[in-house]
Write a protein that binds this ligand. Sequence first.
Ligand code: PGA
Length: 266
Amino acid sequence: MRKPFVAGNWKMNLDLASARSLVEGIAKGLGATSKIDVAICPPSIYLFPMAKAVAGTPIALGAQNCWSEPSGAFTGEVSAAMVKETGCRYVILGHSERRNTIGPKDANGRVAGESNAMIAAKVRAVFDNGLIPIVCIGETLAQRDANETESVLTSQIAGSLESVKPDEAKKLVIAYEPVWAIGTGRTASTAQAQAAHAHIRGQLVERFGAGAANAIRIQYGGSVKPDNARELMSCADVDGALVGGASLKPDDFVKIIQETISANDL
Ligand code: PGA
């Protein structure tokens, strides 16, 4: 049985004081033990203070990104080793905002952000530094409407996970985040989520074999809220959530964690 994993992606939100009180609220709501894995992923500038804030709680720490090279002339970036030093356990990689939103726009307003190859290089750096990558994949609305969901997921998996060694695979975390559901209030139906997760699992079986693939946690992300969490978290191949907006409210985030626990009969 895979241990469900709920992570909060804070994106570029909060100041230090509100970050501290958010962690306090989550820790209070969670109590001493958690039956599932829980992490917060603050902006990297807050990782050190948040490491202090989560000390002695069941909350783990994750970064939202890192660079692939170990050191050098990469102004503004942080390496996986630097992230590791803060006390982080996880690193989100290839979030759709990094793939499609952050970066210069071309004449048509499109951003060619991080490629699968860049993400694969970052996955390598993250594993090499004893961290666990949360690799995000997901289709846009246009791709879903064009019936390309499965082929997009297949090529994102092949490209972004190219650098994963067979003995590392079971530690991986995948986040399936349909781009049209992120921050929009629209969520995938349970049928859509389960179908995408089953497809992803099938690809992981082909790539890493059934043993490893069945150990890999696949989170769902995209407008997960307290009132839709139980349904989504009940799907057979959904092993937790990557939560954006609702992870900024302690009561909502704790409720999502509790719904994940009950949906999995833990
Ligand atoms: P959301 O964000 O929950 O606000 O839709 C999810 C994410 O981007 O990870």
